[in-house]
Design a protein around this ligand. Structure first.
Ligand code: KIV
Ligand code: ZN
Length: 498
């Protein structure tokens, strides 16, 4: 049996954009709408035209700029709202009016202060009126999650009869449990006689963290449209996130559902929405969080290197992430380090890995994460270890006093030699002490410190050029301690003198 299509209705630009601080101008909304079109969504809810001239204008411009998906505009069950929405959609190739009214006890009696019969009358009137402007009318039963199923079925039957093509069952307050929400959808399928004439939609909010679970339960029980936002952006705890629903349906092929989403574009769209709407994505967010495909514990890293599927149910490439990330930290093992060294083109030979690993652990203790350029420095330092001149100990006392003192102890061909010297700064004092140990006339030609860019625990890099008997020798080192890096770079240059 071929997989059944689930329609993806994206409301990032309407329910998502209602969040304080997330407002976009029309140009930005068009940019997002085009990205949603490319992603493959079926319906874009572009705004609530009566709410502001800006929203009206955005629906008009999105209708002109985006032609494949249906463009939807929200209204209350109010004639003026519907007229304005109809006007805003006049350039849409396929336009939909999304109208509705509250159906829960709270909304009927405490918000609208009316009766059940009046709700049904207004719902029918709104749907019929909307059909004068478009053929595609979606009806939402606000707070359906807390509405009585018998009454909900009555409203549903009436609005389908009035011409609604889609019936949206919002869990407006995010109250439902998955079983409860699924049962609600099933109740409507089983008890609304004309249910075959319309599509049922889920629109779940995430107040209890169950928006995705509830939407999936709705689909399993008969809903064929899911209303979602990118990154789950939306009022309070947000809406159902598009990427979670789509990847759940993709991962559970046994459910036999399909969507038209091009999943490889998920990450790109997520980043775009996050940056335009000033809404950072939490690092551990499913599918699109920074850590969604990052492994940092040694056991998991080893498992992923052996076979990605040991610890991953989604291939990161399927959502537009180039590969799983092995984060090198103090908890990483040799296997992860070796894997990363190989990725940067370095194959350790004959016990080299042990030396690099030892240095790696030292560095990982002073720095949270080890990146590729840190590894290059570790390889470099490991190589220099075989040299006859090495730094064994360094102590510098410095401050506001005019003179700085430095003590160095060098390993010269296996023999430890120390000296103490002063200078007009910590680097000068340390270099003078080194010159005493090596007993050479050396002139520092150049001294360059590379800026620290990623935080105060990052590695500082030092390049030096030393003149000895009119020959220039270059030295380099990197260290989280910039004074140690300076001294190591100086020693590196000296150790090249024949
Ligand atoms: O959450 C909700 O009930 C809504 C409706 C307006 C569809 O966003
Ligand atoms: Zn909503």
């Amino acid at each position: 049996m071929s997989a059944e299509k689930i329609y993806i209705f994206d409301t990032t630009l309407r329910d998502g954009e209602q969040v304080p601080g997330c407002q976009l101008n029309t140009i930005e909304k068009i940019e997002v709408a085009k990205a949603l079109e490319e992603l493959g969504v079926d319906i874009i809810e572009a705004g609530f035209p009566i709410s502001s001239p800006g929203d009206f204008n955005s629906v008009v411009e999105i209708s002109k700029a985006v032609t494949r998906p249906t463009i939807c505009a929200l209204t209350r069950a109010v004639k003026k709202d519907i007229e304005v929405a109809g006007e805003a959609l006049k350039f849409a190739k396929r336009g939909r009016i999304h109208t509705g009214i509250g159906t829960s006890y709270y909304h009927i009696h405490h918000k609208l202060k009316t009766t059940e019969d009046e709700i049904i009358r207004r719902a029918i009137e709104a749907v019929k009126y909307a059909r004068n402007f478009v053929d595609d009318v979606e009806f939402y039963a606000e707070d359906a999650g807390r509405s009585d199923n018998v009454f909900l079925a009555k409203v549903t039957e009436a609005v389908i009869k009035a011409g609604a093509t889609v019936i949206n069952i919002p869990d407006t307050t995010g109250y439902c449990l998955p079983q409860m929400f699924g049962d609600k959808i099933k109740y409507l399928i089983d008890n609304v006689p004309n249910m075959d004439k319309a599509i049922l939609a889920t629109h779940c909010h995430n107040d209890l963290g169950m928006a995705t679970a509830n939407s999936i339960s709705g689909v399993i029980n008969g809903a064929r449209q899911v209303e979602v936002t990118i990154n789950g952006i939306g009022e309070r705890a947000g809406n159902t996130s598009l990427e979670e629903v789509v990847m759940t349906l993709n991962s559970h092929k046994d459910l036999n559902f399909t969507t038209s989403i091009e999943t490889k574009k998920i990450m790109k769209t997520s980043r775009m929405v996050s940056s335009l709407m000033n809404m950072p994505v939490q690092a551990n967010k499913a599918i699109v969080g920074k850590n969604a495909f990052a492994h940092s514990s040694g056991i998991h890293q080893d498992g992923v290197i052996k076979n990605r599927e040991n610890y991953e149910i989604i291939d990161p490439k399927d959502v537009g992430v180039s590969e799983s990330e092995i984060i090198l930290t103090a908890r990483s093992g040799r296997a992860a380090l070796k894997h990363r060294l190989e990725l940067i083109g370095y194959e350790p030979i004959n016990g080299e890995l042990d030396g690099i690993y030892e240095r790696f652990l030292e560095l990982a203790d002073s720095k949270k994460q080890i990146n590729d350029s840190d590894l290059e420095l570790l390889i470099d330092r490991n190589r220099k270890d075989s040299r006859s001149l090495k730094l064994d100990y360094l102590h510098i006392s410095t401050g506001t006093a005019p003179e700085t003192m430095a003590t160095v102890r060098l390993d010269v061909d296996g023999e430890l030699q120390s000296a103490t010297a002063s200078g007009n700064g910590p680097v000068d004092a340390a270099f003078n002490a080194i010159k005493q140990v090596v007993k050479r006339k050396l002139h520092l030609e150049e001294f360059l410190i590379q800026a620290i860019t990623r935080g105060s625990d990052d590695i500082g890099k030092v390049h030096v050029q030393v003149n000895s008997n009119d020959t220039i020798y270059s030295g380099f080192s990197g260290n989280t301690n910039i004074l140690t890096a300076s001294v190591e770079a100086f020693i590196d240059a000296i150790s090249k003198i024949k």
